[in-house]
Design a binder for this molecule. Structure first.
Ligand SMILES: Cc1ncc(COP(=O)(O)O)c(C=O)c1O
Length: 424
């Protein structure tokens, strides 16, 4: 290997996330992005079939967003967000509120984990400010909500959190209402809800990191309705599902009953800048509406509501209005639906799942389904060699492409999946 390559220099200095420090392949240095393609330092092109960890919406270096960001760079790069404000944050809040009319206030942070952390603290302090101490949080089995301590606590206990388990707070787990388990899930929530329940947190319709586990909005509506009846705040973690992934702008748009808090990140800036947002209903905000300083929400990050990130967020939402985004989303959903029916009878496929623009294929394996299933590594290599970026969740291969991905590019990815399965 060229010792002066970016990959080699990277290896000397950088510790990458979710990466074993011995035995892992070297990290591939990407020099350029254009549309659904990424180009490495040797000029090799890759189709980004998973939107760079689910963040990219409209393609890499989308010219419209890039131009808006350049304009913002000339105006204001950052300002503290306590006592000061700026137009990109206000514009983004106005746009998000127009899309989520059940929400009243927009609280900014940095990423998905902090959006969840804020949501949990907001719900817990909601009770505190009302003079009640409530400590019970209800969450789904298999959940993943991020890597900070609060978000890890509400996530499943597994390899991701094992080292920290003694320090994580306990939560009550209920089954995910996948087909056949709806009643069990609803009954479990009914049993769990009591006068000590502070909140129920869930990933709506798709549990991403758990292996793209999908469920229906009918059962979710029942769960949300039950929370409402019991006056328990429901927190929708739309960090992955937000911004069109499920075929609607938000997964909870499929529901009749709305959550009280919504966490957003990833696609919020079109994949250009890190940003987290936690939105809450007027009811959640009400106990904070006081001059009593002990009831202030004492949470904030130095880069809260960074103007560049907010400007990218505004531009991405404008692109939804002026680009061809919804027809792209429908085209991709249809192409994936066809692939789903073709793959569902494949002898090496245990299950195929589809919600909007997310297709997941669970490959049959003699090992247990899960993140450490060794099929994952061979899949990643196979696709890498074919110029496709895939990062399977163990034996679950999934496609979650940027919306600008062409029919031809998506066919290349789907054909490669079929070839891989045929060779299994
Ligand atoms: C549903 C969900 N919530 C929270 C997170 C954490 O987001 P971040 O990685 O930006 O901290 C993720 C990340 O994959 C996620 O899928």
């Amino acid at each position: 290997m060229n010792t002066n390559s970016l990959s080699s220099r990277d290896h000397l200095h950088i510790w990458h996330p979710f990466t074993p420090q011995v035995g892992a392949d070297s990290n591939i240095a990407i020099l350029k992005g254009k549309g659904s393609l990424l180009f490495d330092e040797e000029g090799q092109a890759y189709i980004d079939a998973i939107s760079s960890w689910w963040v990219n919406l409209h393609g890499h270096c989308n010219a419209f967003i890039a131009d808006k960001l350049k304009q913002q760079l000339g105006d204001l790069e950052h300002v503290l967000f306590s006592g000061y404000t700026h137009e990109p944050a206000i514009l983004l809040a106005e746009k998000l509120k127009a899309l989520l009319p059940a929400m009243d206030k927009v609280f900014f942070s940095d990423d998905g984990s902090t959006a969840v952390e804020v949501a949990l603290k907001m719900a817990l302090q909601y009770w505190h400010n009302k003079g009640e101490t409530r400590t019970k949080v209800i969450a789904f089995e298999n959940a993943y909500h991020g890597d900070t301590f609060g978000s890890m606590s509400v996530g499943a206990r597994n390899i991701f959190s094992r080292a920290f388990e003694p320090l994580l707070f306990d939560v009550i787990r209920i089954p995910v209402p996948v087909k056949g388990k709806e009643e069990e899930s609803v009954n479990a929530l009914r049993k769990a809800l009591d006068g000590n329940t502070a909140a129920f947190i869930f990933e709506p319709l798709v549990q991403g990191a758990a292996g793209m586990i999908m469920y229906d909005c009918t059962a979710l509506d029942q769960l949300l309705e039950m929370c409402k009846l019991n006056n328990v705040p429901a927190i929708a973690d739309e960090v992955m599902t937000g911004f069109g992934r499920t075929g609607k702008m938000f997964a909870t748009d499929y529901c009749n009953t709305k959550p009280d808090i919504i966490c957003l990140s990833k696609g919020i800036t079109g994949g250009f800048m890190p940003l987290g947002v936690t939105m809450c209903s007027a009811r959640m905000y009400e106990p904070y509406l006081t001059s009593d300083r002990t009831k202030t929400f004492f949470h904030g990050h130095s880069y809260t509501a960074n103007p560049l990130a907010c400007a990218a967020g505004v531009a991405s939402l404008e692109w939804f209005e002026i680009g061809n985004v919804w027809s792209e989303i429908h085209r991709i959903s249809e192409q994936l639906a066809q692939a789903k029916s073709a793959l569902s009878t494949h002898p090496n496929v245990a299950d195929v799942r589809l919600t909007g623009t997310i297709l997941a294929i669970e490959i049959k394996s003699y090992e247990a389904t899960g993140y450490l299933n060794s099929v994952g590594e061979s899949v990643a290599h196979y696709f890498h060699k074919r110029g496709i970026i895939m990062r399977p969740l163990g034996n679950v291969v999934y496609v979650l492409p940027p919306y600008c991905t062409t029919e031809h590019e998506l066919s290349i990815v789907l054909d490669a999946i079929a070839e891989f399965l045929n060779g299994q």
